[in-house]
Design a protein around this ligand. Structure first.
Ligand code: TXE
Length: 476
């Protein structure tokens, strides 16, 4: 049993002012594995005061000093990769192998890319007009992260603050506090000055809202639902804070007849089911060119059949459960909607897979003959549910792909380099993957339209945390 009854504030673990608690649950067994103390606005005040005080000196550190600290952070993160992975498996059901190789590894991959980006960043330069431009850390940054990629999201927010000389208050998802606590231990061991990084646990309406509205918080970086993203934007507006948002998606995967169909369909299905479908950039709408549509349905059904679901504590390439009962109910409701809307069920369906009745496991599901105006094609389901839609022309495929309120990612499968470039240019999405290859650590991640504001990762991720200042060249 884990008892998380301390917050990391001002370089030390302190008892919270808040008095509430919440169970920490394992989604595979639906059993309680710990208890989390929930913070209050007073805890946020304490953490922000520490971050504000620390900003005075941390913002004046040199790039070599910050690079040295980041390299220490890298050493400790590498050493604790297994602990991070085990925590995420326990608290949100990421399968052991994937949790280590991808979920926990993201804390290392992003860090290496941020070190490269900081090395390349010009903190001061002379503009063509002779004025001097400097890039300075923005101040205290409030960070609110979700439960689906816990360390990935924490890394994308905390590291650019540490890299630029900003200070921060992190509120991780109340559902994934174990990995967040380990991350705080990592930052502590790396030797950051007190107050540079602070961790306050709690729920969105209490702690999240207090961070967002706090007058001494200069910027809020949020990842989560579009609903909460709107609330964060509203609450931050009176303080004229900078707000970056990474929200939902309903990303299209455009499959053209000239691609390696067997491979691309199998991979497209697996990518949609990865992390049990709980990824903002999951390719959840597969658009298939009509002449190969029937064959694609057969291949997709085979891929769904081959998708193993199982105990996340065991190594292997299976997927685990959804992360909690609310998410399970949401996914069941959407599958029911798909059936009611008249889509053809190609694989999976309602209920739990056989033998996995205890946890929040779902059946990997595919709907065929979907039209893009059905709810299952428009709403983010956040479970292993794929919809397949046929198209006749390239123009039609692009129109369907862009006919969504989101714009995070898009996927293109084609044997033609010209088509890949032509189609990518017309897709209204921040990240385009081609033939199974996505972008690497250090590339900007973020979306168009209701998928968000700003970009995370690498040099563009650093820029979000910087203010620009100009002054003339000195003349006596
Ligand atoms: O998210 P919430 P939920 C989507 C996905 C999922 C749905 C709901 O479709 O099914 O959102 O998930 C904090 N002020 N995504 O309800 O509530 C909250 O405490 C400040 C996509 O779990 O948005 C947590 O730390 N903060 C997404 C974080 O927001 C608030 C990842 C996310 O929780 C707040 C997660 C408020 N008013 C869900 N309300 C992605 N982009 O990948 C909540 N929070």
């Amino acid at each position: 049993m884990h008892t998380l009854d301390k917050f990391y504030i001002d370089g030390t673990w302190v008892s919270p002012e808040g008095t509430g608690t919440m169970p920490i649950k394992n989604p595979a067994s639906n059993t309680q594995i710990g208890t989390l103390s929930m913070g209050s606005a007073a805890d946020v005040d304490h953490a922000v005061a520490a971050a504000k005080f620390a900003f005075d000196s941390f913002s004046m550190t040199t790039k070599p000093e910050r690079l040295a600290l980041l390299r220490q952070l890298l050493d400790v993160t590498r050493r604790r990769q297994g602990d991070l992975a085990a925590a995420m498996t326990a608290e949100m059901g990421a399968p052991a192998t994937m949790s280590f190789d991808v979920q926990a590894e993201s804390g290392i991959g992003h860090l290496v890319a941020f070190i490269d980006a900081l090395e390349a960043l010009d903190e001061e330069e002379t503009l063509p007009n002779g004025d001097i431009l400097s890039r300075e850390p923005i101040g205290v940054v409030g960070m609110i992260t979700p439960w689906n990629w816990p360390i990935n999201q924490i890394a994308l927010k905390v590291i650019p603050a540490l890299a630029t000389g900003a200070t921060c208050v992190l509120k991780p998802s109340e559902h994934t506090p174990l990995s967040a606590n380990i991350y705080a231990e990592i930052v502590d061991e790396a030797g950051y000055p007190a107050g540079v990084f602070n961790l306050v646990h709690g729920d969105g309406p209490t702690v999240g809202a207090a961070i967002t509205a706090h007058p001494d918080v200069a910027m809020v970086s949020f990842t989560g639902s579009t609903r909460a993203g709107v609330e964060v934007s509203r609450a931050a507006a009176p303080g004229i804070k900078r707000v970056t948002l990474e929200l939902g998606g309903k990303s299209a995967n455009l499959v053209f007849a000239d691609c390696d169909l067997e491979k691309r369909i199998a991979e497209g299905v697996a990518e949609c089911f990865d992390n049990t479908g709980q990824s903002c950039n999951a390719p959840t709408r597969m658009l298939v060119e009509r002449p190969v549509y029937e064959k694609a349905l057969r291949l997709a059904a085979m891929a769904a059949e081959a998708q193993k679901v199982g105990d996340p504590a065991k190594p292997g390439d299976h997927i685990g459960p959804l992360f909690d009962e609310i998410q399970y109910d949401r996914v069941q409701t959407m599958i029911r909607k798909g059936l009611d809307e008249g889509a053809t069920l190609l694989a999976g369906g309602l209920g739990k897979p056989e033998g996995l009745e205890q946890g929040w496991f779902v059946r990997p599901t595919i709907f065929a003959d979907v039209s893009n105006d059905m709810a299952i094609a428009r709403e983010e389901i956040f479970g292993p549910v794929l919809v397949m839609i046929p198209f006749d022309t390239e123009d039609e495929a692009i129109a369907i792909a862009n006919d969504t309120e989101y714009g995070l990612a898009a996927y293109v499968q084609t044997g033609s380099a010209e088509r890949a470039a032509r189609v990518s240019r017309r897709l209204r999405a921040g990240v385009v993957a081609i033939n199974g290859r996505g972008s690497d650590y250090g590339s900007p991640f973020g979306g168009y339209k209701k998928s968000g504001i700003g970009r995370e990762g690498g040099i563009f991720g650093l820029e979000d945390y910087l203010e620009l200042k100009v002054r003339p060249p000195f003349q006596a």
